[in-house]
Design a protein around this ligand. Structure first.
Ligand SMILES: *[C@@H]1O[C@H](CO)[C@@H](O)[C@H](O)[C@H]1NC(C)=O
Ligand SMILES: *[C@@H]1O[C@H](CO)[C@@H](O)[C@H](O)[C@H]1NC(C)=O
Ligand SMILES: *[C@@H]1O[C@H](CO)[C@@H](O)[C@H](O)[C@H]1NC(C)=O
Ligand SMILES: *[C@@H]1O[C@H](CO)[C@@H](O)[C@H](O)[C@H]1NC(C)=O
Ligand SMILES: *[C@@H]1O[C@H](CO)[C@@H](O)[C@H](O)[C@H]1NC(C)=O
Ligand SMILES: *[C@@H]1O[C@H](CO)[C@@H](O)[C@H](O)[C@H]1NC(C)=O
Ligand SMILES: *[C@@H]1O[C@H](CO)[C@@H](O)[C@H](O)[C@H]1NC(C)=O
Ligand SMILES: *[C@@H]1O[C@H](CO)[C@@H](O)[C@H](O)[C@H]1NC(C)=O
Length: 727
């Protein structure tokens, strides 16, 4: 033991002497001198300690593992006989391996080593201990397989709680071992890389199981029969796996089930009415991201405790059954991205007064926005985008004083002027997404009455709106993202854009704007600031914002601050020079000025934009050379100056080694090997020192690919053009 201690603690022997023998006198004054640990237990703990990395180990020993009575050590608990029964060392920064010596602690019943950085495997003797009731090793870096119970084991094991979640475990999950864990109450294997089927014998061996979480692994094949034996099962989660087939009948016999979450698998079949009705205690039903088809059964109305229903991204069709309005506990209703149809106003929402979020986007609903929705006073987020809804937003929507997220994009709604006048009175609104409506109406100069105080994102894209950028927009001091692309707006860019302190994403592409880029743009405070945009707004939206071509939701954002800072002025009639002061906007990740009538040179000051990932200046009348210093834009992934009147050599090296020929075509006087036109010596620009080329695939690139609906490599040479479809 002396050696172990010395090894473990790195202590000098005189110190050991002191701490080992002085305590005899201390023990006399301790409250329960009899409660002193046995030498065997102490040695086992030292073995455990010596398996840990020296840092952690020193901290523990210097901290308190320094007396001979291990019952007094930090994180150690003993019973009245001085036998070690508890090890509770969560989040202590422990590194190294878990020693199987712990299995020598014969009375050990509780082990919590969660939230450390432990590596290696989980010793079989510990996993299948004959004394441990609770074993929590979650949030570590344990790897390898979970071994089966040794075949020689006789009699049952006392295990009640096993939590191995969030580690690097691989291989099949133990299957027959559960036959001997009759007391098992909670089993959590989520967040690993387990493969193979979910064990079928779980419920026959462990009939009192209450919590079962196998989500975020690579489990495959069907969900086995046998869950009907788990009469106490309340929580069953196995989302984000590769499960397939239909839901087994007897899963619906687990009558205690409160939370059933199997999202993002490959499950198929229909939600059969009789079976569904049996889930009478269900609170959460999450089968999103599967291949379910058929209708939502009428019997869903019998699930009166249902609070969270997520069936989004399946192939469900038909009307919303009227019985759904009996689910009066419902808080979150998500049926997005299915093929539901029928008049939405035929469904009466008024009884569902607890609803906080409704997402019915990307379906086939028709008719008007149901008036009854305005009775859902708790509503915080409503998405009805990408349906076939007609009519207008009613003034009653101002009843929804908690409403913070509203997306009605891509419907056939009318009366933008009425809509904005009404919505500005919803004081909590942070997101207003109305793109793809109001065809050919005029962008109004509404009577702004101090509304939209909380507005952070406004999209009126793709509405074919006429008119000019109205002045009331300058009053929206919390605005971060403004998307007016795809309209028929005219006039110049107003000079007040530098008064919006938080605006970092301005999209006005594909309009008829003219004139020069005003100085105000080059002074946009947030784009020019050194302050990270990520600090802007920590609060998540109640529903995510999706960016994509509107019917293939590719990128999902819960926070606006994750969007790339951008100026997108593409495809307008802008004239004049590209102001050199644009080089001040250090935060910019996307600058798209393509398809305009800009003339003059490319300002070398653009080399200040060191965060730039997309720079598109194609299809203008730019002259002069490509500033060689643009080579220093290390994150630049997409670049085009095609179709201008540029001359001289194409810079080489760094990112310029990665751009395709098409980025430079249509400039008769440019030269360089890339476009097969050798430069005469006098114009050649010296080769830069070879720097490593950045090949990271950035958020913006992904966004661009999503926006264009193309895969990587595919968008080069297209008239690259970033557009956000926010739905
Ligand atoms: C031993 O642990 C106790 C309790 O944490 C602490 O007060 C004391 O300073 C430690 N002694 C040594 C020598 O580290
Ligand atoms: C467990 O205890 C036995 C008996 O004292 C001993 O032989 C063995 O080495 C111990 N195991 C570990 C891993 O410390
Ligand atoms: C591990 O899982 C159990 C049972 O689900 C739970 O009680 C415990 O809080 C979990 N541990 C952590 C660190 O989350
Ligand atoms: C399982 O563990 C994960 C991670 O600790 C946790 O988020 C989840 O809630 C747990 N599941 C159950 C059913 O306790
Ligand atoms: C909407 O319904 C029409 C006709 O019922 C159908 O042709 C179309 O495929 C549906 N759209 C979607 C997105 O399912
Ligand atoms: C959507 O449902 C309609 C009938 O309501 C059907 O005609 C159409 O084929 C379905 N579309 C898809 C993509 O399943
Ligand atoms: C909807 O239900 C409420 C409450 O049950 C009722 O008062 C109202 O008349 C119904 N509305 C419609 C349009 O049926
Ligand atoms: C537009 O909406 C406003 C406000 O609800 C209303 O007063 C006005 O009559 C509507 N205009 C049309 C043409 O429907």
């Amino acid at each position: 033991m002396q050696q172990l201690f010395l090894h473990a603690a790195g202590y000098r022997s005189d110190l050991f002497f002191v701490s080992c023998f002085i305590p005899i006198s201390i023990l006399l004054v301790l409250p329960s001198p009899l409660n002193a640990c046995s030498q065997l237990d102490r040695e086992s703990l030292f073995s455990f300690l010596s398996g840990l990395s020296p840092t952690a180990n020193n901290r523990l020993v210097v901290g308190s593992w320094n007396s001979s009575n291990c019952c007094l050590w930090e994180g150690i608990g003993c019973n009245a006989n001085g036998a070690v029964t508890r090890i509770s060392l969560p989040a202590k920064g422990l590194m190294g391996e878990i020693s199987h010596a712990l299995a020598n602690l014969t009375q050990l019943s509780y082990v919590d080593l969660s939230h450390n950085r432990l590596t290696g495997t989980l010793p079989s003797a510990l996993l299948w201990s004959s004394s441990i009731l609770t074993l929590d090793v979650s949030f570590n870096r344990l790897a390898g397989g979970l071994p089966e119970l040794p075949l020689s084991t006789h009699g049952g094991l006392p295990m009640k709680v096993l939590n191995v979640s969030i580690n690097y475990f691989t291989g099949p999950f133990p299957s027959f071992s559960w036959e001997l864990t009759r007391n098992l109450v909670a089993l959590n294997g989520s967040g690993n890389s387990f493969t193979g089927p979910i064990p079928a014998s779980l419920c026959s061996g462990s009939p009192f199981l209450v919590y079962l979480d196998l989500s975020r692994n690579q489990f495959s094949s069907n969900i086995p029969h046998g869950f009907g034996n788990c009469s106490e099962l309340r929580v069953f989660q196995a989302g984000h796996n590769n499960l397939n087939g239909t839901l087994p009948d007897d899963l619906f016999e687990a009558a205690s089930l409160r939370h059933l979450a199997l999202p993002n698998n490959h499950l198929s079949g229909v939600l059969e009415g009789k079976r569904t009705a049996k889930l009478s205690n269900i609170i959460t039903l999450n089968l999103a991201g599967n291949g379910l088809s058929g209708h939502l059964p009428e019997s869903i109305g019998q699930l009166v405790n249902l609070e969270h229903l997520s069936l989004d991204s399946n192939r469900l069709s038909g009307n919303l059954p009227s019985s759904l309005s009996n689910c009066t506990s419902l808080k979150d209703l998500n049926l997005r991205a299915n093929n539901f149809s029928g008049k939405l106003s035929a469904f009466n929402f008024s009884n569902l007064s607890n609803l906080k979020t409704i997402d019915l986007g990307i379906n086939n609903f028709t008719g008007g926005i149901p008036e009854s929705i305005y009775a859902c006073r708790s509503l915080k987020a409503l998405r009805l985008s990408a349906n076939n809804l007609t009519g207008q937003v009613s003034h009653e929507i101002t009843n929804l004083q908690a409403l913070s997220f509203l997306s009605l994009s891509y419907n056939n709604l009318a009366n933008i002027s009425g809509t904005l006048s009404i919505l500005q009175k919803c004081k909590k609104l942070r997101a207003v997404l109305l793109g793809g409506n109001f065809k050919d109406e005029a962008l109004p100069d509404i009577d702004w009455v101090g509304g939209f105080q909380s507005l952070q994102i406004l999209s009126l894209a793709n509405c074919q709106l006429t008119g000019q950028i109205p002045f009331w927009l300058s009053k929206l001091t919390n605005l971060e993202v403004l998307d007016l692309a795809g309209n028929k707006l005219t006039g110049t860019i107003p000079s007040w854009f530098n008064t919006l302190p938080k605006l970092f994403h301005l999209g006005i592409a594909v309009n008829y704007f003219s004139g020069e880029i005003p100085q105000a743009i080059t002074e946009m405070p947030l784009l020019a600031s050194e302050r990270a945009i990520a600090q802007l707004d920590p609060e998540d939206f109640e529903l995510p914002v999706f960016l994509s071509s509107y019917n293939s939701s590719d990128l999902q954002y819960n926070k606006l601050s994750a969007l790339p800072p951008a100026l997108n002025f593409a495809h307008n009639n802008f004239t004049g020079v590209i102001p050199p002061e644009i080089g001040r906007l250090k935060q910019l990740q996307v600058l798209d000025l393509s398809g305009n009538n800009f003339s003059g040179g490319i300002p070398p000051q653009l080399d200040n934009l060191t965060n730039l990932e997309i720079l598109n200046l194609s299809s203008n009348h730019l002259t002069g050379m490509i500033p060689p210093s643009l080579r220093n834009l290390n994150f630049l992934a997409v670049f085009s100056v095609a179709d201008n009147d540029l001359e001289g050599p194409i810079p080489s090296g760094n990112q310029f080694g990665t751009f395709p020929t098409s980025s430079f075509l249509g400039n008769p006087e440019l030269c360089g090997s890339l476009i097969n036109r050798p430069c005469s010596n006098s114009t050649s620009v010296g080769l830069p020192p070879p720097n490593p080329v950045s090949t990271k695939r950035t958020n913006t690139e992904l966004l661009l690919a999503a926006a264009l609906g193309v895969t990587f490599g595919g968008f080069f040479g297209l008239g690259i053009f970033l557009h956000l479809y926010v739905v």
